[in-house]
Design a protein around this ligand. Structure first.
Ligand code: ATP
Ligand code: MG
Length: 574
């Protein structure tokens, strides 16, 4: 490819809405152009990268025994009603009507469609197990599309679905997929951590995410991990053992009583006023889960993990209540306390965190402004049902639930996700096979996703410097750029052309920068675009040498043209 013909316009400035490095660099280097928020054109360079990621994914999925198909992007409401998800999937599901006024949606994921495909085709136990996958655009009307390709609304995903006879079969396929995922990300030049995670809207019981670890904002997930064993989990799923703490207020409060606690709006105010550690306060937080209020009770030095609370409350959407909503809740229940003094209330759905289990003679809000109850115990709170659920966000320094050593926290970009779905879709959709005894049995399913476009962007997050992208060879749009310093210099030009030709003939993907530009401009663009290698035909040609630069390490050396060609061929083709 001639650089003069390559469809690429590099920009001097970052787009104004670009917050993370992959978004900035992919836009500046001419890989992507935004059409509208969360929706991008993948320009020729980007498309080459995406196709390479796709090829790696295809090769490894095929190697793992899966078969590729392609399902429709537009799906009818009826299927989503069969699974029960039409009602519960939030606003991310882009719904629309066709000309016959029929409800349709754009596929955010394909469990329903694949289950219907399987149900039509997989009738006998003799046909199982099967794993089917596709690579396709998905649409999710994300609340906050951001970070370029990392969180788009339209994006490319590989989604695979396995159908097994039983749980044992699923366990085996799940492990098979975990291995395939490891190989895929390794081949894409990405170091990933496989972490336990919540199974979210897709459902099921067990799931793991593949995280690219990063210390930047691009990592939207907090990952807790142990250095002494292999425990690691997304914060939405992580559990821990707590360090010991004072949880019995017996030495502070000899009896249960209501005391004045004026202006103690925060936990700090309250613990300072009462001169007690915050571990002796049971705090009450008000959330809205699927439009209804839910109270969360938790030891005051700890934080509620919203996904855990949402799951415990059986919902699919959660947010903290506004002060107006809290006021309304108070009024409905005959109280008028302001935040800071809220406490348990009869008749309102309540989730009690595990940390409350050992608390005794503690302090708790009683829905009266400027008052708290001290020396209280759970039985005093008028709760209908005292049941403990873990809804706590782990803190770094808590202890590993497996080996008891301290946990660390880091940030991660989720590039892949594997789920054990079990019969979550096959049962309601009556997707069954006939077993050896002629009985109908629902398939035991798994599903396995990889964000193709997110993986490419994550590779930029992991491989760049202040000058631009440093693509891993395996997914670079082109392997090498050949730069004649001056296109008017015949020796330089013919040397560059010869090198370029030899590379192409050997099967290397090469670009020759034939533009009549200053060398500085060409070098800048080469660094920005991120070609893994650059061969420059310039001054050193008088000694019969070209300059050979490795983008990843910055290493520069002078080689004969033949050796430079050899090095690239060796690195690219092995
Ligand atoms: P997230 O938690 O980041 O919203 P998710 O868990 O909802 O993602 P999955 O349903 O597990 O996503 O989808 C499989 C894969 O698709 C993810 O692991 C991720 O790589 C990719 N993906 C999901 N949402 C997006 C998005 N909005 N933009 C780009 N890629 C995405
Ligand atoms: Mg996921």
């Amino acid at each position: 490819m001639k650089m003069s013909k390559l469809f690429v316009q590099t920009l001097r400035e970052d787009p104004s809405d670009a917050e993370v490095v992959s978004h900035k660099l992919l836009a500046r280097a001419g890989y992507i152009r935004k059409l509208t928020p969360g929706i991008y054109n993948f320009l020729p360079l980007m498309w080459r990268v995406l196709k390479k990621v796709e090829t790696i994914v295809r090769e490894e999925m095929d190697r793992a025994g899966a078969q590729e198909l392609l399902m429709p992007f537009v799906q009818p409401k009826e299927l989503w009603e069969e699974s029960g998800r039409w009602e519960v999937y939030g606003k991310e599901l882009m719904r629309m009507k066709d000309r016959h006024d029929r409800d349709m949606c754009l596929g955010p994921t394909h469990e329903e469609v694949i289950t219907s495909v399987a149900r039509d085709g997989l009738k006998s136990y003799k046909q199982l197990p099967v794993n089917l996958y596709q690579i396709q655009s998905k649409f999710r009307d994300e609340v906050r599309p951001r970070y370029g390709l990392l969180r788009g609304r339209e994006f490319i995903m590989k989604d695979a679905y396995s159908f097994d006879l039983d749980e044992k079969g699923l366990d085996k396929e799940y492990e098979n997929m975990a291995q395939a995922y490891k190989r895929i990300f390794d081949r894409c030049g990405l170091d990933t951590k496989m972490v336990q995670s919540d199974s979210g809207a897709i459902g099921g019981s067990v799931s793991h995410e593949f995280m690219v670890i990063t210390d930047t904002d691009a990592g939207e997930n907090d990952v807790f991990y142990c250095n002494s064993c292999d425990y690691s989990a997304n914060s939405n799923h992580a559990i821990s053992k707590l360090p010991t703490a004072v949880v019995d207020g017996g030495e502070y409060f000899t009896q249960k009583e209501i005391v004045d606690t004026p202006n103690t709006h925060s936990i700090e105010d309250l613990s300072e006023f009462l001169k007690i550690p915050s571990t002796l306060i049971l705090k009450t937080l008000v959330y809205i889960v699927d439009k209804s209020p839910v109270l969360a009770l938790i030891r005051a030095d700890k934080t509620v993990e919203e996904t855990k609370l949402m799951n415990a409350a059986g919902g699919i959407e959660i947010r903290i209540a506004t002060s107006a909503e809290i006021a309304e809740l108070m009024e409905q229940n005959g109280f008028c306390a302001v935040p800071g003094f809220i406490g348990p209330m009869k008749g309102v759905k309540t989730v009690i965190d595990e940390t409350a289990r050992d608390m005794k003679n503690f302090v708790v809000g009683i829905n009266q402004t400027d008052k708290h109850m001290v020396g209280a115990n759970l039985e005093d709170l008028g709760l209908e049902d005292i049941k403990f659920t873990d809804i706590r966000l782990v803190d770094a320094g808590d202890f590993c639930p497996v080996c008891g050593k301290p946990l660390f926290v880091t940030k991660g970009i989720e590039v892949g996700n594997i789920f054990k779905l079990g019969t979550k879709y096959s049962k309601p959709m009556n997707a069954v096979y006939t077993d050896a005894d002629g009985k109908n049995v629902p398939y035991v399913m798994g599903c396995y996703g990889i964000g193709i476009s997110r993986t490419a962007a994550a590779a930029v997050e992991a491989h760049h410097d202040e000058h631009g992208i440093k693509w891993p060879i395996s997914i670079a749009p082109y392997h090498v750029v050949v730069v004649p310093v001056s296109t008017n210099d015949e020796t330089q030009m013919s040397c560059a052309e010869k090198i370029y030709k030899e590379l192409i003939e050997a099967g290397v993907e090469a670009v020759i920068d034939d533009r009549d530009e200053r060398a500085g401009v060409k070098f800048k663009d080469a660094d920005l675009i991120g070609f893994p290698f650059r061969i420059t035909a310039g001054k050193t040609l008088s000694e019969g040498l070209v300059e050979f630069k490795v983008r990843e390490t910055g290493e520069v050396k002078n080689l004969t043209p033949e050796d430079a060609v050899k090095e690239v061929i060796q690195a690219v083709l092995g």
